[in-house]
Write a protein that binds this ligand. Structure first.
Ligand code: SDX
Length: 427
């Protein structure tokens, strides 16, 4: 990185020299690490202008609609790779040789079972619990079963925990679904692909043979690739913050799941499908567009807008193509797709959305595909969490491989000045 400098001129005419650091791609950053020693802090709620770390994993250019995993464009990975190869790339930094991939694939495949005692944990939840609540609880509880890989200071422990999480999240996710519908858990099968195994654990029953549909398997694999990582989003920043205290990997990933659940973040796919169902027909769209524009109405167009993308989310483009392909191949018509396409066209020609550069994001079309696969909307964010686990782990490992400092942001204090305490409880 070639350094340049800038000067911060203060009110008393003194100045502070700050280094400007240039990365491989994207905006330069002003290094403000020494600012607090000069008695100054920066103020940036929501971190819109703050780089919280240095990373080599994923790059996003929101203006151009670019998304690179370790330098590889998302559309190329979505069309030419598979989710486990993308996991290898995110975790190791480059494409695997055939031999490296076979070894990686074998380790992941052979660790998909979970400790049998964990199945009892599920029975402590109500059957009608939201699957995300169950997934969050069970993932955090994995630390109570896998004691032999909790010392985050030991690289081998970090590797073992990473493989356990990558291998077991589809099993936990499918168990959340089976538990919610009162069906028996289905064990993983080592002869199936990552996506195929997940569909098998979701939809197979002990009563008859279940054949994985190749179209749905490839669509699911692509959905997993599109959701695998997205640099310092809210849930990944949560995982990094939790990890910075030295918390164990299962606790950190559970924290990421909790953050992802929010409707402004990963919960938007479920909220978007519910919104499309509420709109239901194209002629209802204007009413919802007006509500989205009304400052007195908290309603937002779910699946629209993004902190970084001020252009089309490249994942939404691939998702829309996959949506058409799945529905056409399954000879399925879903009026929600018509509503979504009409909504997109209307919004993208409405000055409110155009001026604010609000485009469909990854969550806009994903729900329609998942619904076509027979997956209930309550499971959409569970699948997002399952796919994003590899990204969370990659950032968690990168943080540990780097010199790590505990995340401890400061604040702008606008509360009371020091004052004398006099209780009102004493007459
Ligand atoms: C994900 O960060 C990531 O990378 C996340 C993610 C990942 O892969 O990890 O990409 C996954 O979370 C995608 C986003 C999913 N969320 C939604 O679809 C929920 C709906 N979208 C919005 O809530 C919103 O767009 C956010 C939260 C996504 C982004 O919010 P910002 O960047 O804080 O933008 P903002 O709230 O400051 O909005 C700017 C303006 C405001 O209007 P004004 O005050 O300027 O008049 O745009 C408006 C907002 O009211 N606006 C919307 C809108 N999104 C923004 N108005 C209507 N509908 C929307 N969806």
């Amino acid at each position: 990185m070639d350094l340049k400098k800038t000067k911060l001129i203060l009110q008393d005419k003194t100045s502070i020299e700050l280094n400007i650091i240039k990365g491989t791609l994207g905006q330069n950053v002003i290094d403000i690490r020494n600012l607090s020693s000069k008695g100054l802090l920066t103020f940036d709620p929501g971190f819109n202008s703050t780089a919280s770390c240095e990373s080599k994993i994923t790059f996003i250019d929101g203006d151009k609609g670019t998304l690179l995993y370790r330098g590889f464009p998302i559309d190329q990975l979505a069309s030419k790779s598979n989710y486990l190869e993308v996991c290898y790339i995110l975790l190791n930094g480059d494409v695997p040789t055939k031999k490296q991939f076979e070894k990686f694939h074998k380790i992941v495949t052979r660790h998909t079972m979970i400790h049998e005692q964990i199945t009892r944990l599920f029975h402590g939840f109500r059957r009608d619990s939201h699957p995300m609540a169950v997934m969050c609880g069970v993932t955090g509880a994995l630390a109570a079963f896998y004691h032999d890989s909790l010392d985050v200071n030991i690289k081998r422990h970090r590797e073992i925990a990473a493989f356990r999480l990558l291998s077991k999240m589809p099993t936990v996710a499918a168990m959340c679904y089976k538990y919610s519908i009162g069906q028996p858990f289905i064990y993983p099968r080592n002869d199936l692909s990552y996506a195929g195994n997940f569909l098998h654990m979701m939809f197979a029953t002990p009563c008859e043979k279940y054949k994985v549909n190749a179209i749905l398997e490839s669509a699911m694999d692509r959905i997993l690739i599109l959701h695998a990582d997205h640099e310092q989003n809210a849930s990944t920043s949560t995982v990094r913050t939790a990890g910075s205290s030295g918390a164990n990997p299962f606790a950190c990933i559970a924290a990421g799941i909790a953050s992802l659940w929010g409707p402004a973040h990963g919960g938007a796919n479920e909220a978007c499908l519910n919104m499309l169902e509420e709109i239901n027909t194209v002629d209802h769209i204007p009413e919802f567009i007006n509500r989205a524009k009304d400052k007195n109405d908290s309603f937002r167009l779910m699946g629209f807008g993004h902190r970084l993308y001020k252009n089309y989310d490249p994942r939404a483009k691939v998702m829309r193509e996959t949506c058409h392909a799945v529905l056409n191949t399954l000879c399925m018509k879903d009026n929600l797709l018509e509503v979504a396409i009409a909504l997109e066209n209307i919004a993208l020609n409405d000055p409110y959305f155009v001026e604010r550069k609000l485009y469909p994001n990854v969550d806009f079309y994903s729900g329609i595909i998942l619904k076509a696969m027979g997956i209930p909307s309550s499971m959409f964010t569970v699948i997002f969490a399952m796919a994003r686990t590899v990204g969370w782990i990659a950032h968690w490992k990168e943080m540990h491989d780097d010199t790590m400092k505990i995340a401890r942001p400061r604040q702008l204090y606008t509360g009371y000045d020091k004052r004398k305490f006099i209780s009102k409880l004493i007459d």
